[in-house]
Write a protein that binds this ligand. Structure first.
Ligand code: DQA
Length: 149
């Protein structure tokens, strides 16, 4: 049984536009559809999820500052911030909870600038290119991490 089971799922810039963004890359789900799916996966694993999305970098940072009080683990898809936001990296380090980085698309197979992630080495795993399923992988990885803790 996992006693620490609260997972915060954080989406960054432009992820509120899912459904409008290129479906060949991001699929046709809206963010609400995706969040419903993630909550279902979490339920199967005995995890409880809450969701946060913003297009403002400072809000993303401040949410990470509050994370320690409200979550046992975090799944984050910071969108384009992944590739350059040292502020988000620093805030994730301060949060000090187990983190998994997720990308819907296969960032390593796209433009060169998407291959860099400033948060990767702070995360226990990175999942990319598996669409919504990637969040199931991330939840399973966090469940393992919290079980061992
Ligand atoms: C993304 C990949 C990023 O490169 C991009 O800027 C996004 C979404 C993904 O989920 O595939 O906004 O994080």
């Amino acid at each position: 049984m996992i006693l620490r089971n609260r997972i915060e799922v954080m989406h960054g810039v432009n992820l509120d536009q899912l459904g409008r963004r290129d479906p060949a890359i991001y699929g046709s789900m809206t963010l609400l559809d995706l969040q419903d799916q993630i909550a279902g996966y979490a339920h199967e694993l005995g995890l409880a999820t809450s969701f946060f999305q913003t297009n403002a970098e400072g809000e993303f940072v401040e949410h990470l500052h509050r994370l320690g009080e409200m979550a046992d683990g975090v799944i984050l898809n910071p969108g384009a911030w992944t590739h350059y936001s040292w502020a988000i990296r620093d805030a994730l380090e301060i949060a000090a909870v187990p983190a998994v980085e997720v990308h819907l698309s296969d960032v390593m197979a796209r433009e060169e600038w998407r291959r860099q992630s400033v948060v990767r080495d702070l995360c226990v795993a990175t999942v990319a290119g598996r669409g919504a399923e990637g969040y199931r992988d991330a939840l399973a990885r966090l469940a393992e991490e919290l079980r061992d803790a």
